[in-house]
Ligand binder design. Sequence first.
Ligand code: NDP
Length: 282
Amino acid sequence: MTLHSIDDCVKLNNGVEMPSLGLGVFKMDDGQAVIDATTYAVNVGYRLIDTASIYNNEKGVGAAIKQCAIPREKLFITSKLWNDSQGYDLTLKAFEKTMSDLQLNYLDLYLIHWPLPKNNTYIATWKALETLYKEGRIRAIGVSNFEPEWIQNIINECDIVPMVNQVEFHPYFQQKELRDFCEANGVQIQAWAPLARGIIFEDETLIKLADKYGKSVAQFVIRWELQCKVATIPKSAQRERMVSNADVFDFEIDEQDIKAMEGLNRNMRIGPNPHEFYKVRL
Ligand code: NDP
C-alpha cells in the first residue's frame, strides 16, 4: 500500500485498484443529508463511498454521484447485501434494487454484509455475487464481518476468493489473527468503525502518540490503519472533519510506535459479534 495521497489505492486480488481511504455513510439520512456529505467528500478528494442497502441512503448517494463533477469511472462505490436478502435468487433481486436506487450501471464493490453462519446461506449468496461479477455488473466482490472459517468455506466451495473483508477494526479491536489469515489468502481488510465511533479519542496513550506527530487522535489512528495495510472508511458528515481525516499523508508513524499500538488492543468490539448477529432491521 503506497501512502502519498488520498488517491492512493490498494490492488485487490483481481487487479482492481481500491482507494485505501474512503467515506462511510452509515447513519446519514437519505435525501439532502447524504447528498451534501457525499458531495463534500468528493469535492475534497474522497473517491470511495461506502453505503449499504440497510443504510437506506443509496438513492441520495446515487443522486450525489450523478450531480458531481467527477467522472463515474474515477469513483469507487461500495454497497452491501442485507441479511433479509441472502440466498441465490434473493441476492440477485436485491442487487437490482441497489443498482436502481444508486442509478448506476455497474458497482465497484458489493459485500455480503453479515455472514449469518447458522442460516447457512452465505455460500449460495456468494455464488450469486460470483454470477454478477462474471457478468461484469460488479468490479469486485467481497464479504463483511467474516471470520476465517467462513472465508475458508467460500474458498473451498466456490470459484472466487473474496477480494475484501470489511470488519470492525480500531486500536481497541485489532483482529491480528483474522488479518493474518486474510493477508495469506489475498483478501484485503477494510476497517469499519475505524475511529471506534469516538471512544478512543480520550485515550491517554493515543493522545500522546498523536501529539508526538503533531496530529489529532483521529488522524493518527487513520494513518496507523493505513500503515497496518488496512483500508479504512471513517464516517463524518462534517466537511472540516472529512478534510482533517484525510490529512494523513504528510507523516509516517515509526516502527516503534506501530509496535506500541499492539499494546492498546483490548479485543473490545463496539459492534455486534458476527457469530450472534442475525438482525433483519438495524
Ligand atoms: P467511525 O469509527 O467512522 O466513527 C464515526 C463517528 O465519529 C461519527 O459520530 C462522526 O461524527 C465521528 N467523527 C468522525 N471523524 C471525526 C473527527 N475527526 N473528530 C471527531 N469525531 C469524528 O464509525 P462508523 O460506524 O460510522 O464506521 C465507518 C463506516 O464503516 C460506516 O459509516 C459504514 O460505512 C461502515 N460500517 C460498516 C459496518 C459493517 O458491518 N460492514 C458496520 C458499521 C459501519 P460526525 O459525522 O458528526 O463527524
